[in-house]
Design a protein around this ligand. Structure first.
Ligand SMILES: CC(C)(COP(=O)(O)OP(=O)(O)OC[C@H]1O[C@@H](n2cnc3c(N)ncnc32)[C@H](O)[C@@H]1OP(=O)(O)O)[C@@H](O)C(=O)NCCC(=O)NCCS
Length: 187
């Protein structure tokens, strides 16, 4: 993937939009990461039909899909989505994210999520992002804490993952918390 497709670059990783051309790489990464992802995120099908439908979701104004890539070589090391974007004076979105087994624990997701948060609060004009995290998902909680998210609620039986309705904590961050000016809500 050419370097020019990157939206924002950090020291070691950069973010770009997910595309259908990423299917084989993402499918291999999902396969190697099944144990890492379960029971924290729903399993995702990567057949051509399923992946095409998944990527098409991000054509809608309510969803943004990014991949986190190593700047050196471009390999994908994570996926980050902003789902359920609401405008109309709220300007919020819900984050979903996952690292991959071979590259987890190197700080790439911290760097990549920081880039996505900054992009959301500037280029996308959002004001608030939330992440819904199971209380036992210590790695995910450490990740959002590092970025300045605050715990903002508890939702019993919030999401169906890996065969059960799972309780989730809601973690939030607003634009002001990371030094971006608050918009007037008209965007
Ligand atoms: C949650 C998840 C994305 C976190 O990914 P991660 O790989 O731990 O995140 P990072 O890439 O930022 O790595 C951070 C870790 O790397 C360590 N690290 C090692 N070298 C580092 C370096 N050079 N720079 C920064 N951090 C480094 C950090 O100390 C940190 O470890 P810690 O969490 O034990 O404190 C990952 O665990 C995951 O995909 N889980 C399954 C899916 C999931 O839970 N998604 C979220 C649902 S809410």
């Amino acid at each position: 993937m050419p370097d020019q497709s990157f939206l924002v670059r950090g020291p070691r990783v950069a973010i770009r939009r997910l595309s259908f051309q990423d299917r084989e790489e993402v499918a291999a990464l999902e396969r190697e990461s099944a144990a890492l992802h379960r029971p924290w995120v729903p399993a995702r099908e990567t057949t051509p039909e399923a992946f095409r439908a998944y990527v098409a979701k991000f054509d809608r104004p309510t969803h943004e899909g990014f991949v986190v890539c190593l700047r050196a070589g471009g390999a994908i090391v994570g996926g980050i989505n902003i789902n359920n974007i609401v405008r109309d004076g709220i300007h919020s979105g819900t984050l979903g994210y996952a690292a991959y087994a071979s590259t987890t624990g190197h700080g790439y997701m911290t760097e990549g999520l920081r880039l996505v948060v900054g992009y959301a609060f500037t280029e996308l004009g959002l004001h608030r992002l939330e992440a819904n995290i199971q209380p036992g998902n210590a790695a995910s909680i450490r990740l959002v804490e590092r970025l300045g998210f605050r715990r903002a609620g508890y939702f019993p039986r919030f999401q169906y993952v890996d065969g059960a309705w799972r309780d989730h904590e809601r973690w939030v961050i607003t634009a002001e918390a990371v030094g971006h000016a608050a918009g007037d809500g008209s965007g």
